[in-house]
Design a protein around this ligand. Sequence first.
Ligand code: XMP
Length: 516
Amino acid sequence: TVLVVDFGAQYAQLIARRVRECNVFSEIVPCTMPVEEMLAKRPKAIILSGGPASVYEDGAPSAPEGLLETGVPTLGICYGHQVMAQALGGVVENSDVAEYGRTDIEVIDGGVLLSGLPAKQPVWMSHRDHTSVAPEGFTVTARTAVTPVAAMENRERGLYGVQFHPEVVHTEHGMAVLRHFLFEAAGCRPNWTMLNIAEEAIEAIRAQVGGKRAICGLSGGVDSAVAAALVQRAIGSRLTCVFVDHGLLRKGEAEQVEKDFVAATGVQLHVVDAQERFLSALAGVTDPETKRKIIGREFIRVFEQAAREIVAAHSGEDDDVEFLVQGTLYPDVVESGGGTGAANIKSHHNVGGLPEDLKFKLVEPLRTLFKDEVRALGEQLGLPPEIVWRHPFPGPGLAIRIIGEVTRERLDILREADAIAREELSAAGLDRDIWQFPVVLLADVRSVGVQGDSRTYGHPVVLRPVTSEDAMTADWARLPYDLLQRISTRITNEVREINRVVVDITSKPPGTIEWE
Ligand code: XMP
């Protein structure tokens, strides 16, 4: 493993992903972790991440005691580079001139990290302080007009530092720098492949579940599908999947889970048709948070009931149902370890909120993976592309994309419009460039239109295509005009109740991705 020591901000996750793209496993550890604990993980290399602090600030995070004396090859990036320089007797200065964005570095001595790369190359910088004098024993390998020590290394001690960010795409040769560090400086081997990940995960699940049974809630999303497929490979028919059809799904979704997923995996599926129940619980409700709470509550009740039935059917057998499978991903694990209480913007729900008296042990085979890795794993496991590349879809479903009361008629209208938008996006070959593409029905708004010489008084829908890395932030997607036009024409022609199509051009923040 390669440890990425997190000094704050979002840089650490990106670095960990890039290391994994080199087929080397990496994990993120907080900079407060004692060095013995880090070494217990037997790292082949250590990377010190960037961070928002200045090494001069009171309380600025520093390298844990002894981190630079472990003998494990270590690379400091940005703030990590400054921490390294300062701790070893170099000079870090508060400079008048900051460097933000694209900057050219001049390579002085290729060293290990920059060997074979152009003498002048663009990198991404984001700093105010800089290292003006490298510690004794270090060779300065690159500088910029502003930063005298843009890169440095001490091969004997296995210590390397770069002021720029090799992990961001704007650093043209960033991946080469990382590869040089991992493979040449640290002697890592590129053996972390999807095949190995799948095999190891299946082994680990077998060891954990033993001869017992497990259940898994399927949402139709890629995470629960891949988690279920892995567990199914490991324990076969001792896994039962539960799929709750709450009637708030998109067109074709229930069929996709019932047919495609079962066909690809052979999993045992327990489908609960709870459409009536959800619709009556939602009758008359317009407030977004109330909708979310009702759906979360009903979902848990239905799921719990199904789980009880499955448990009852097998209780007393040698293979009791003891385990619940969840598609928890690495960012959730890292973020919940972060400790900082984020504000409750919206009450998200998934199967996580099961009551205490339903005691299951958790199986979380995706705990160490990022979303794109989960997709690659899904492909490795032979899941169909419609499942692997499906856009994220919220648990409360179309209910939070109908602004106003949720009724069966409104759901039908939105389902049609949504299907058209998705169909056209796929036909344009843009599925994988777009993170998500909600279509929102403004059910209580009407506007005047004209169609076939007569006046119409229909509802608008909002197209909300966004690009994103992780849904924490998002940008509105610049879809081609002719695609937008095709979607607009088809929706207004084919969905009688809709006579106007608008596009949401708000980024997140300040908007959220969903409207409710
Ligand atoms: P927002 O609207 O907060 O959404 O920008 C961020 C991401 O989360 C999804 N989302 C949910 N997912 N249960 C889920 O499983 C929920 O209750 C829920 N609400 C929002 C949203 O689709 C986007 O991907």
